[in-house]
Design a protein around this ligand. Sequence first.
Ligand code: NDP
Ligand code: HSE
Length: 440
Amino acid sequence: MNGDQKPIGVAVLGLGNVGSEVVRIIDESATDLAARIGAPLQLRGIGVRRVSADRGVPVELLTDNIEELVSRDDVDIVVELMGPVEPARKAILTALEQGKSVVTANKALMSVSTGELAQAAEAAHVDLYFEAAVAGAIPVIRPLTQSLAGDTVTRVAGIVNGTTNYILSAMDSTGADYGDALAEASALGYAEADPTADVEGYDAAAKAAILASIAFHTRVTADDVYREGITKVTAADFASARALGCTIKLLAICERLTSDDGHQSVSARVYPALVPLTHPLAAVNGAFNAVVVEAEAAGRLMFYGQGAGGAPTASAVMGDVVMAARNRVQGGRGPRESKYAKLPISPIGDIPTRYYVSMRVADRPGVLAAVATEFGNRSVSIAEVRQEGIDDGGEPRGARLVVVTHKATDAALSETVKALASLDVVQSVDSVIRMEGTSE
Ligand code: NDP
Ligand code: HSE
């Protein structure tokens, strides 16, 4: 390294779980980072809400004036780790407009404001990197934008939320119901005080939007993603899933679809799904994440690791910081946003999937025929039926009937469920869950 190389000034916004780890790595790995970049990184300031001497960093680095910090002449790279959308969006826009490169882990922001931020980065000829916004430490944005840039990605599917994967894994391994598994996840610090964003699938939907956008060169926002959470999944669903050789995972699925007349579109969706135990995603347990990418020439690739946590997320952030710093030293910039394909988004009603339908029925002759007729009337083909007696003391005595279908559209299945619910032999339709990872 040239010892006279001008330092690269860094401003870190946020000193929480991720920000404090980023600041630690910049300090502890200074010599190695300088060698890899070709210039030293110099921390110019840290943006926080609460400026005080007890925060484990020199107090003179702290400021609550974010706009002033990101506008400083000696700042080259702004690392945004505050979340959620505001004030992060405003700070990033200011930084980009002033010619700073930006690194962020903010999936909420990157799933709604990508166009505006990408255009600002483009206008200023600077980098906007966000590897940490999806699946924490796991490299998936850079493989999609760079390593697979010459291939055609057809599908990206994964487990991208650690909190819900922890809860579902606990339900599977212990037989616990949803409420007990959530309480355990909260007690162990996996689930936040307000777990809504995780358990209702909003966090995974934000990540699905980001993945679909870069995989298919099309602008996809969180509002384009069909979303269901995990709050209605029961212990009985897990027992039935086991009997069918499956487990249940919250999946984010992004697909390139080609219609019979050759028109292409994009589907992005998040929902709990039955996944065969033989599928690689079925083995991803606890708070871990995994993303499976399918591309025409590469075939199937799988990325696995820690999707959250201060240090793992900081690893992805620092990878981006090093790339942005190298680009500044060499006087260039990384790949720009690619949204040329502009594919339309397919509504969920058009996406055929297999379904698992669990209902409580009267335990008497003719029930199976009545239920099967309703599926047949709407051209929903049945692949498998299981019946279990229920001895819960309820009267009249009932049975649990589980029907697994071949592929059907959401519209046909919804009509079938409505019809089933009005049959007098069906006491309740308890669960309707999609099935993924099987060939039919
Ligand atoms: P934390 O809540 O732990 O930290 C947020 C930090 O931002 C705090 O230091 C806070 O200051 C500061 N901050 C918040 N609002 C403001 C504001 N208005 N002005 C100044 N400072 C502000 O968040 P995390 O570190 O967990 O997450 C940071 C980002 O990384 C988020 O976008 C998150 O979605 C993303 N992310 C997080 C992961 C994780 O595992 N934690 C994984 C992947 C992405 P103060 O300390 O003074 O309150
Ligand atoms: N709440 C998120 C999760 C954090 O549970 O995966 C990482 O984005």
